[in-house]
Write a protein that binds this ligand. Structure first.
Ligand code: SAM
Length: 203
């Protein structure tokens, strides 16, 4: 049953992701804003990379000595992102893994920066995911996720987000329970597009 629920969630998020990817321009902007806040360096991980827009942007900013990891459970997203990131994968600078935020296929303490966009809403167990993410991060590492509360509210009103818990508060509380520090959310505006970024650090 748990397996079925997990599979259901992935399918749901995949469908949402696929159907919205051409409709919501700001979603792609959000992916890029993540990289803007990260001061990208070292070993960088994107959770739930989807079609790979955020990874592509991060790769351009990372420089030749950085390394980019992506983890996503969806085979479809792997195939799309693999095409988008083909050159980085070929040089070995980008590695895409099949997995989830709750069970990362990475060793302890190797990651300097983590980002994710439109993703935590689909994690079945926020506490498990936050503990797992912290496990792979180095001391001094930090994480950012971007979201647009106004867009998410609109999607909820349109009935797109059935059973999807997108509200930032439970996610931020799970980060605190996992002993992330400096957990905070800031609001930003780019033109008429309003969005938020949630930050969390590891001591
Ligand atoms: C709405 S899409 C967002 C994709 C990408 N971040 C973007 O904004 O373009 C959500 C992504 O999260 C992935 N996902 C679903 N459950 C996940 C989990 N438990 N851990 C990590 N990723 C997950 C899905 O496969 C999908 O690619």
């Amino acid at each position: 049953m748990a397996g079925c629920m997990g599979a259901w969630r992935y399918v749901t998020s995949l469908e949402i992701c696929r159907s919205l990817s051409n409709v919501i321009g700001p979603r792609h902007l959000l992916c890029r804003y993540n990289a803007a806040y990260l001061y990208l360096l070292g070993h960088v991980l994107e959770l739930g990379f989807g079609p790979g827009v955020g990874l592509k942007d991060a790769l351009a900013k990372l420089g030749p000595h950085g390394h980019l990891y992506g983890v996503d459970p969806s085979e479809y997203m792997h195939s799309v992102a693999s095409r988008r990131l083909a050159s980085g994968i070929q040089t070995g600078q980008v590695q895409l893994f099949s997995g989830t935020a709750e069970s990362l296929p990475l060793p302890d303490g190797i990651i300097d920066r983590v980002f994710h966009c439109n993703c935590y809403y689909f994690w079945p167990d926020l506490d498990k995911a936050c503990n797992e993410i912290k496990r792979v991060m180095k001391p001094g590492a930090f994480m950012v996720t971007t979201l647009s509360i106004s867009v998410l509210r609109m999607l909820e009103d349109y009935g797109v987000f059935k059973d999807v818990k997108w509200q930032p508060q439970p996610y931020m509380e799970a980060l605190q329970r996992a002993n992330f520090t400096d957990v905070n959310m800031k609001s930003f505006q780019q033109g008429s597009f309003k969005y938020q970024a949630i930050f969390a650090a590891v001591k």
